[in-house]
Design a protein around this ligand. Structure first.
Ligand code: S3P
Length: 439
């Protein structure tokens, strides 16, 4: 897309967030519903599917490999599973857009197929580290070529004989864990992955829901290759990572009271609630229920005076996607917030430490990037122009900062908000954010 077509957000200062809303479906679960539904025997019916570009990239990729998929239609998708060995070689390379989850998880899954395949992505995805999956997959027997710097495009050669491994991940990454478990479905023997800290476990839960035996003991998860997945019904909850923008927005904007409905509350994802509560946020968890093996609840959030904190490093993987908006909360808090142990933020859709520090500084906030985190002194937020660097979560985080700014905040490069949160502008506008778009 040329610079001239790029979407900009212009967000008016002030206002409050009120009402009830249900943000779109969970991105991580949406990806997995297509991948595992395709590999299952029989039909998988999905509701609440995220119709964002990332999960649609996964959906198109499996269609290109011969899987019959109806929808999405208002979040409903029907997948006719082809079984573990029913995928067909696509006519072309699979383009996965901005989606790291698609590329990393599919690398593992595709390493076990009988055909060769190439995975490509946009400029951001083509700069992200893939060695973290290519390395251990190669140890399992996969044959994958990346660029000399370990990035996409990835060329995956078929008919590899995979064997299970016992792998200790050097970084806490659900994408790496899931990639290896998906390869493990095709491997002889047992594949085990240990994590240095708990990461999201949607893959394990969905495999179990589809009747595949997965053993977890402490920080180690194992499965045997050669089993069968059974198609099931999957009700995908609202994405807590999308709800996070509203949890922060309503917390920092005086006079706010917002109900966020049917939010996924998997304990490997709720770090945002723990961090905001430690800062003094007023969040009530209501109507807790289990929906198909994933906990779900409604969240009521009211505005509150936030205070700076030292963010416990063990909460980092449990809130890994929420730091852009947590930095905005910290900018609006009283006192200093310190984040450490979060170097992974530098290899997300953008370098989220540097891009957020630059943007906050241009709004007059005292934010200092460190190698593995940030130090932010809460204080007034000024008006200004920030560049999201095409990172969806940075665009949405700065939109919320306008609730406390002294003038308009203009955000460049916002088209990628559609990767995870189609309808953000409309939903945020209805809740009370003065947000407009311009090409
Ligand atoms: C995801 C895992 C996380 C997260 C990403 C989605 C997943 O990535 O940042 O948005 O669905 O498994 P890492 O595994 O790289 O931490």
């Amino acid at each position: 897309m040329s610079k001239n077509d790029e979407l900009r957000f212009i967000v008016n200062p002030g206002g409050a967030l009120t009402g009830r809303l249900r943000v779109p479906g969970d991105k991580s679960i949406s990806h997995r519903s297509i991948m595992l539904g395709s590999l299952a025997e029989g039909e998988t019916g999905v509701s609440g599917f995220l119709e964002g570009e990332d999960s649609l990239a996964t959906l198109s990729a499996f269609r290109a490999m011969g899987v019959q998929i109806e929808g999405p239609d208002a979040g409903r998708v029907r997948i006719q599973g082809v079984g573990l060995h029913g995928l067909k070689a696509p006519a072309d390379a699979l383009y996965l857009g901005n989606s790291g989850t698609s590329m990393r998880l599919m690398s593992g899954l595709l390493a076990g197929q009988a055909f060769d395949i190439t995975l490509t992505g946009d400029a951001s995805l083509s700069g992200r580290p893939m060695k973290r999956v290519v390395g251990p997959l190669t140890t399992m027997g996969a044959r994958i070529d990346a660029t000399a710097t370990g990035t996409a495009p990835l060329q995956i050669y078929g008919s590899a004989n995979l064997s299970g491994i016992d792998y200790m991940m050097p970084v806490a990454s659900a994408q790496v864990k899931s990639s290896l478990l998906l390869a493990g479905l095709y491997a002889s023997g047992r594949t085990c992955v240990s994590e240095p800290a708990p990461t999201r476990d949607h893959t394990e839960r969905m495999l179990t829901g589809m009747g595949y035996a997965v053993q977890r003991k402490g920080n180690r998860v194992c499965l045997e290759g050669g089993g069968v997945l059974r198609g099931i019904a999957i009700d995908i909850p609202a994405d807590i990572s999308s709800a996070a923008f509203f949890l922060v927005g309503a917390s920092i904007a005086p006079g706010s009271e917002l109900m966020l409905e049917h939010v996924g509350m998997n304990p490997t994802r709720t770090g945002i609630i723990d961090i905001l509560r430690r800062m003094g946020a007023d969040i009530t968890v209501m109507n807790e229920q289990d929906v198909g093996g994933e906990p779900v609840a409604d969240l009521r959030v009211k505005s509150a005076q936030l205070n700076g904190i030292e963010i416990p490093p063990e909460l980092v993987p449990l809130a890994i996607d929420e730091f852009p908006v947590i930095f905005v909360a910290a900018a609006c808090a009283q006192g200093r917030t310190v984040l450490t142990g979060a170097e992974e933020l530098r290899v997300k859709e953008s370098d989220r430490i540097q891009v957020m520090a630059d943007g906050l500084q241009s709004l007059g906030v005292n934010a200092q990037a460190t190698a593995d985190g940030m130090i932010i002194e809460g204080g007034p937020v000024g008006a200004g122009c920030v560049d999201s660097h095409g990172d969806h979560r940075i665009a949405m985080a700065f939109s919320m900062a306008a609730l406390r700014a002294s003038g308009n905040i203009e955000i460049n490069n916002c088209t990628n908000v559609n990767t995870s949160f189609p309808g953000f502008v409309e939903q945020a506008g209805r809740a009370g954010l003065g947000i407009n778009t311009r090409k």
